[in-house]
Design a protein around this ligand. Structure first.
Ligand SMILES: [Cu+2]
Length: 456
């Protein structure tokens, strides 16, 4: 059993020895502390595993026509027909209490009560009228990123229009002259308003769909800094973001993508992070980059990839056939982007033999043990077991229980679950049932001997 109690943590923190690993003492150099990693009990099922089990993946949409795109953890707005034939959308800009993941809720800014705003869906050739009501205490605008429109509808405060004052409603009207994956975001006090969440995806379907897909998915990437124990994203942060999100959720808050075996899948990625590009990697498959926010890429210009770089202020649309059954990770490949609320200004203890240090410190701090010599993999499990207290309203740096143990990733991470058809796209199907003999396993001496390997 662990001997590291909350009291020990607090004592260690008081002396500046603990806390930094979770960012509690950000910018204060400190030694991370832990219990003996060997002492961790691995729970067979945690609250978070159960949270997966009854997860409802069905998506809300609002409007007169059904949503055609699935926005995990989000919704669509599809418009309603006005008497003159235009499609009308209503948006409210307002403060929103947003849950990034179980355990972390923050006051953000969003549209129509959500962060990010709903995915706009329209059809090429539509005339759209978008009413924007500002319920913030400050002025804002909305820019339709990548959409071809009259200059005066482009939404840049001061340049293309006067700002929308608090309490007022403005209307944007333009024809949808193209198709593809675009975005929308505030374009007034951009640093603050985008950092607080005023972003969304804007999808224009072609009049005639040339490529039929079984699953059409939209994911907006973002990054935030929320100091552990606080509840508002800090717009002044420039580099050390600690919440990395897909559709404003950090794993384990991200809904998995459920697809049928051999489904043709399209994923539209957008990136409105303040500062970072994100290379999104999918396991077990290769995809083709078929479009950007500049338009479709002709087939001759497409090549296969397993990782697509989604630069800030861009969209990247990929397509692939989900031909491999199983549970497949899909995540940003920047390793610090699959962590949650971890401070980075901590000493490197990796590989350190800390026994002498522990001997010196323990008379002063009973229960003290240096942490990090073996890496960070035990941290999340520690926190979930209650061995390592964290500040109120904060999430540990790593993920959730998987079918074989702890998944040591958080942040910009989700799972692609490929299942035999028929599949219920709207419900978590449970973890994959691997065929016998297809899971990596501890080798027996007899198995090793087949290949002339003697186990010591
Ligand atoms: Cu990233």
């Amino acid at each position: 059993m662990s001997t590291f109690s909350r009291r020990d943590w607090l004592k260690a923190s008081a002396l500046g020895l603990g806390g930094a690993a979770l960012g509690a003492a950000r910018r204060v150099a400190a030694l991370p502390v832990t219990a003996d990693p060997q002492a961790i009990q691995r729970p067979s099922a945690s609250a978070r595993t159960l949270a997966f089990a009854d997860r409802d993946l069905s998506m809300r949409w609002e409007g007169e026509r059904p949503a055609r795109v699935y926005t995990p953890n989000g919704s669509s707005i599809t418009g309603r027909r006005a008497s003159d034939g235009a499609w009308v959308y209503e948006m409210t800009v307002e403060e929103v209490q947003h849950a990034f993941a179980p355990g972390l809720t923050a006051t953000c800014w969003g549209y129509n009560g959500q962060v990010h705003g709903p995915t706009f869906e329209g059809v090429e050739g539509d005339q759209v009228r978008i009413y924007v009501t500002n319920r913030l205490g400050v002025a804002t605008t909305v820019h339709w990123h990548g959409v071809f429109l009259p200059s005066g509808m482009d939404g840049v405060g001061g340049l293309s229009q006067p700002v929308i004052p608090p309490g007022e409603t403005f209307v944007y009207e333009f024809p949808l002259a193209q198709h593809g994956t675009f975005m929308y975001h505030a374009h007034h006090d951009e640093m603050t308003q985008i950092a607080l969440g005023l972003t969304g995806l804007f999808i224009i379907h072609p009049r005639e769909e040339r490529t039929r897909v079984d699953r059409d998915v939209a994911i907006l990437l973002h990054e935030w800094f929320v100091a552990p124990g606080t509840s508002r994203p800090d717009p002044n942060e420039m580099s050390d973001f600690n919440i990395l999100t897909m559709n404003a959720k950090a794993f384990p808050g991200t809904d998995p993508l459920v697809v049928g075996h051999n489904d043709r899948v399209r994923i539209r990625f957008g990136n409105l992070s303040p500062m970072d590009h994100h290379p999104i990697h999918l396991h077990g498959h290769a995809w083709h980059l078929v479009a950007t926010d500049g338009g479709a890429i002709p087939p001759a210009g497409q090549w296969p990839e397993t990782t697509v770089l989604v630069p800030v202020g861009s969209t990247r649309t990929v397509e692939f056939v989900a031909d491999a059954l199983g549970d497949w990770a899909m995540h940003c490949h920047m390793t610090h982007h699959v962590m949650n609320q971890m401070g980075h200004e901590i000493p490197n203890t990796t590989g350190v033999d800390s026994r002498a240090l522990d001997r010196d410190v323990q008379p002063l701090l009973p229960g003290y043990t240096t942490m990090g010599e073996h890496g960070m993999d035990e941290m999340g499990a520690h926190v979930e077991m209650g061995h390592m207290p964290v500040p109120e309203n904060s999430i540990p740096m790593v993920g959730a229980m998987g079918p074989f143990g702890y998944i040591t990733m958080g942040g910009m991470y989700t799972n692609l679950l490929v299942r035999e058809k028929p599949v219920d796209y709207d419900r978590f199907p449970g973890w994959y049932d691997h065929p016998p003999g297809t899971v990596a396993h501890r080798v027996t001496p007899a198995e090793a001997a087949r290949d002339g390997i003697t186990l010591s």
